[in-house]
Design a protein around this ligand. Structure first.
Ligand SMILES: NC(=O)c1ccc[n+]([C@@H]2O[C@H](COP(=O)([O-])OP(=O)(O)OC[C@H]3O[C@@H](n4cnc5c(N)ncnc54)[C@H](O)[C@@H]3O)[C@@H](O)[C@H]2O)c1
Length: 308
């Protein structure tokens, strides 16, 4: 029987599947107790984390007997994958398991931001009836969606957007126009500058690496169409938050939805205070009841396979 240590929240039934075969420590608060986390890591044959546990440095050094790291999600920026590989420790992400949740988040926020009419409850109940002010909302059908990063989430988002009559274009650093994903999806490949200049909605689906840090800085935001909408459900740091706030306040950006931030949790009194047409969510684009179940069972099964 192996020792499985789970440091962040996981679907309870998937935890039970692990418990049926192994000795499991499931403590969703372990991530916040660094000394205990290190002690438990030293006894772990398998470690299961979400996005907050930093698998690097001292924690990685403590994983002496660990045979596998399961990641309840897909972004690997909280894990020193190179160092894990160097010591023969496989890292298993839940590839594709939360893609639909993120894709739906992109479509829902794009529709809300373009239309700009769904947050009027307070005014309507107060008897102000803001019908004139809210009569200039935009439809999503016929608009151009520019996807930056055309991997699993980008491709699924494209399918949903096409179903709503959007024209979809994409830019991916590792895929040129001849990549089969373009022919299969009917999504046109564009150079980054062409995409930025032509899209009504830009959605980011790239990992946070040196080449994508502040990919959306003041210059690229200024090159977007006036009134266009920017959505970041990828990773904090891919957009320059100050530049987004300034472009919203100047009116150049027509709206923005951000699920991920340079610092999470975001500190109070942030540059986003007072920005118009802005949707901020606490890193939940990929977290729904269904996605949590899919992600948890996928990782439970893959960890069981590694331990067998
Ligand atoms: N907010 C959330 O809850 C949540 C949930 C799931 C995933 N994510 C994030 O979404 C992102 C995408 O996830 P995915 O599953 O689609 O990943 P993926 O690996 O399938 O696709 C990422 C794509 O980005 C491309 N890419 C890398 N660098 C690029 C660059 N400089 N310019 C353009 N393209 C580049 C890659 O070639 C790849 O095709 C990741 O950052 C992940 O962490 C967030």
């Amino acid at each position: 029987m192996a020792r499985v240590v789970i440091t962040e929240f996981m679907d309870e039934r998937a935890v039970d599947r692990l418990r049926a075969r192994h000795d499991v420590l499931y403590d969703p608060k372990l991530v916040d107790d660094a000394p205990r986390l290190r002690d438990e890591a030293a006894r772990a044959d398998a470690l299961i984390v979400r996005n907050r546990t930093q698998v690097r440095g001292e924690l990685l050094a403590a994983l002496d007997r660990c045979k596998v790291v399961g990641r309840l999600g897909v972004g690997l920026d909280n894990i020193d994958v190179g160092a894990c590989e160097a010591r023969g420790l496989p890292v298993i992400p839940a590839t594709g398991a939360n893609a639909l949740s993120v894709a739906e988040y992109v479509i829902a926020t794009a529709m809300a931001l373009l239309r700009g009419a769904y947050l009027s409850t307070g005014e309507v109940t107060a008897g102000r009836w803001p019908r004139n002010a809210l009569s200039n909302g935009r439809e999503i059908g016929g608009k151009t969606l520019g996807l930056i990063g055309f991997g699993s989430i980008g491709q699924l988002t494209a399918r949903l957007a096409q179903g709503l009559g959007m024209h979809v274009v994409a830019h991916d650093a590792m895929m040129d126009a001849s990549h089969p994903a373009h022919a299969q999806s009917g999504v046109q490949a564009l150079a980054l500058s062409e995409l930025i200049a032509s899209a009504d909605v830009i959605s980011l689906h790239v990992p946070l690496v040196d080449g994508t840090r502040h990919l959306f800085d003041a210059t690229r935001i200024a090159a977007m169409k006036p009134g266009a909408v920017l959505i970041n459900s990828a990773r904090g740091g891919v957009v320059d938050e100050r530049a987004v706030a300034a472009a919203l306040k100047s009116g150049h950006l027509g709206g923005a939805a951000l699920d991920v931030f340079e610092a999470e949790p975001m500190p109070a009194g942030h540059v986003f205070d007072g920005c118009p047409n802005l949707i901020l969510t606490p890193h939940v684009a990929g977290v729904t009841a269904e996605a949590n179940e899919r992600v948890s069972f996928m990782i439970a099964d893959k960890v069981l396979e590694r331990l067998s």
